[in-house]
Design a protein around this ligand. Structure first.
Ligand code: CA
Length: 225
């Protein structure tokens, strides 16, 4: 019988390899840890195909807001974090930004989403003007009903390229309803429970108002790119 015991040199080699593997995996794990706190990582980013998108379509990082026109926090986010994000990252070509409708406030959320999708269909370049105008119509008492057809048409009227009659009819079309449903499916897919929910590529930040966190996740995504 041959002696199957390993020689001391073989053992040393094996131990060294094991040690190197351990060190490398620790380093990798440590790097990955950097932005796990306050962040939920998904297998993939939400698809923004067919979604209104602000900024350079070739921008390396994608930020998605899951938002609701009826949600007061979304209005606040749009007035505080969003302008900073646009200035620092969208205007500089590093980030493209998409908005996905969430219907947490029922019929009014849905009506506002239908109007916004219809505007986007009619005149994609005017979408963000309408988006902003709609949020600025949100009253202080956000529980008050304000998202009526008349209000949607009134806001749309401030945009010269939008045809009110066409807007009203497309808000009732199957095509626009499908776009709102596609957004609802994304809300479900990413288990969105709060609005606004902000995702940077495949990472969801826990606190949408923590701009420092958002920045660090964007910077990390830019480095990975
Ligand atoms: Ca949409």
């Amino acid at each position: 019988m041959k002696d199957k015991k390993k020689s001391p040199i073989q053992l040393m080699v094996i131990l060294t390899i094991v040690l190197i593997v351990l060190i490398v995996s620790l380093v990798v794990l440590n790097n990955k840890k950097e932005n796990t706190e306050g962040v939920q990582t998904f297998d993939q980013a939400p698809s923004i195909e067919g979604q209104p998108t602000l900024g350079d379509s070739d921008a390396p990082v994608t930020v998605v807001e899951f938002g609701d026109f009826k949600c007061p926090s979304c209005k606040a986010w749009g007035e505080s974090v969003y302008p900073q994000l646009v200035k620092d990252y969208v205007d500089t070509g590093k980030v493209k930004f998409s908005f996905i409708n969430v219907l947490f406030h029922g019929e009014e959320s849905e009506r506002a989403s239908l109007a916004a999708e219809a505007v986007y269909q009619q005149s994609p370049e005017d979408y963000w003007t309408f988006h902003k105008a709609l949020f600025s119509e949100q009253p202080e008492d956000h529980s008050a009903e304000w998202v009526t057809i008349d209000k949607m048409l009134e806001v749309a009227e401030t945009i010269p390229t939008i045809d009110g009659n066409q807007l009203e009819s497309s808000m009732q079309s199957e095509e626009i309803a499908e776009k709102v449903q596609r957004d609802a499916a994304l809300v479900e897919e990413f288990n969105v429970e709060l609005t606004p929910t902000i995702m940077i590529n495949n990472k969801m930040v826990e606190d949408p108002f923590d701009y420092e966190k958002i920045k660090s996740v964007i910077e990390e995504a830019l480095e990975e790119n």
